[in-house]
Design a protein around this ligand. Structure first.
Ligand SMILES: *Cc1c(COP(=O)(O)O)cnc(C)c1O
Length: 393
């Protein structure tokens, strides 16, 4: 029956069945580290797997499982796993899928800490990586090595907003028997569903749109049961990158409004992107649903709407970019995204400052670039603040 429901309805009702004796409307919060067994035999059966009930919250927890089932359903995957952060999800999935001396093929840009993780994997475990533009079958295939263990993609790429064709990447991954992992944080399952385009694993920083309220750090991975069981019963269990029941409960709460929030984020962002494009001190605006966006056709093909993030470059350099930030009053200077509050950050000195300068410029992250996460305030008020700040340069 769940398969027939619309996305908006699934956000509210999917996987919310529970056996609370009081018929609590909202999922109960099982804020407990361990679960008492009825007797020794039940304990034995839980450990052997003959009885599937919970044992200990680092292995599983009913509130966390409700969240996992809901996200699996929303992304169209067989199963999902929740983690203590987006990086907990990224690192657990990669550590589980990739062995020493293997190789990871990445999109041209990745989240700053993912980049840091890739460096660490290289230094400690001789797991190499390369970045590819992935603009054609040939460009992807020519970057695949005999030891390539997975293809790791962000789209839109943070913060340049360049897109990767997910259907194409999945096709090539299948042809070579290499799983394709997609960090879908920027879109949320409402705007883009990579599993339905044949990709293998979807990762989210649930800290962002899935939470939507800026009060949780969390991560999610969705995909085939086989892959995820492996992640759950090896890396997640033993490294311990698990989500707390309370944070899972907050995410279940935030998720109910994902569709209405995303609609508003996108609607406001699109209006602001058009206005910004016509502003005299701005040299470029990257927003996937702008007609002028170089990959507009691909954006419309694989995304439902343009998203809540806009990247701009101002005329000038770092000094001018920072001047604009300092002149803002309503818009807050902060990293993260997907919150109710509009946030602005300077990738070169903030989220992407760990990347060596030459590599950063190669990724297209320049000193005059600012990334805006459009919040849920009235569009007129955000524009008023932005246009006033832009006048300061
Ligand atoms: C924030 C973010 C992450 C990391 O998530 P955390 O929850 O902060 O650990 C990974 N990928 C992208 C695209 C992000 O925006």
């Amino acid at each position: 029956m769940e398969k027939d429901l619309h996305f908006e309805t699934k956000l509210i009702h999917s996987s919310e069945k529970h056996e609370d004796p009081y018929r609590s409307l909202v999922p109960p919060l099982y804020q407990t580290s361990t679960f008492a067994f009825e007797n020794a035999a039940q304990g034995e059966a839980r450990f052997s797997g003959a009885d599937e009930g919970p044992v200990y919250t680092r292995l599983s927890n009913p509130t966390v499982e409700m969240l996992e089932k809901k996200l699996a359903n929303l992304e169209g995957g067989e199963a999902a796993l929740a983690f203590s952060s987006g990086m907990g999800a990224v690192s657990s999935v990669l550590l589980s899928l990739v062995n020493q001396n293997q190789h990871i093929l990445c999109s041209k840009g990745v989240y700053g800490c993912t980049y840091g993780l890739l460096q660490m994997l290289k230094e400690k475990f001789a797991i190499s990586h390369t970045f590819s533009g992935m603009n054609s079958s040939m460009e992807i295939e020519s970057a695949i090595l005999p030891e390539t263990a997975c293809i790791y993609i962000e789209t839109p790429i943070n913060p340049t907003m360049e897109l990767i064709d997910l259907e194409l990447a999945a096709k090539i991954g299948k042809k070579h028997g290499i799983p394709v992992i997609v960090d879908n944080t920027f879109c949320s399952p409402y705007l883009q569903q990579p599993l339905l385009l044949n990709c293998d694993i979807v990762i989210h920083s649930a800290t962002k749109y899935i939470s939507g309220h800026g009060d949780v750090i969390a991560g999610i991975a969705v995909g085939k049961i086989d892959y995820l069981n492996e992640v759950a019963m090896t890396v997640r269990k033993d490294i311990g990158s698990v989500l707390s029941p309370f944070d899972a409960w907050l995410l279940l709460r935030g998720l109910k409004t994902l569709a209405v929030r995303m609609d508003r984020h996108c609607e406001t962002a699109e209006k602001l992107a058009v206005k910004l494009e016509n502003h005299p001190v701005i040299s470029s605006v990257s927003y996937p649903f702008l007609r002028s966006f170089p990959q507009y056709d691909l954006a419309v093909k694989q995304m439902k709407k343009g998203g809540g993030l806009i990247t701009i470059t101002v005329k000038g350099g770092k000094e001018e970019a920072q001047k604009v930030m300092d002149a803002l009053k309503l818009v807050k200077i902060a990293v993260s995204l997907g919150d109710a509050e509009t946030l602005i950050q300077h990738p070169a000195t903030m989220t992407h400052s760990v990347i060596d300068e030459k590599e950063r410029i190669k990724m297209g992250i320049t000193d005059n670039m600012l990334r805006l996460s459009v919040g849920l305030e009235a569009e007129e008020d955000i524009w008023e603040d932005l246009s006033r700040a832009l006048r300061s340069i």
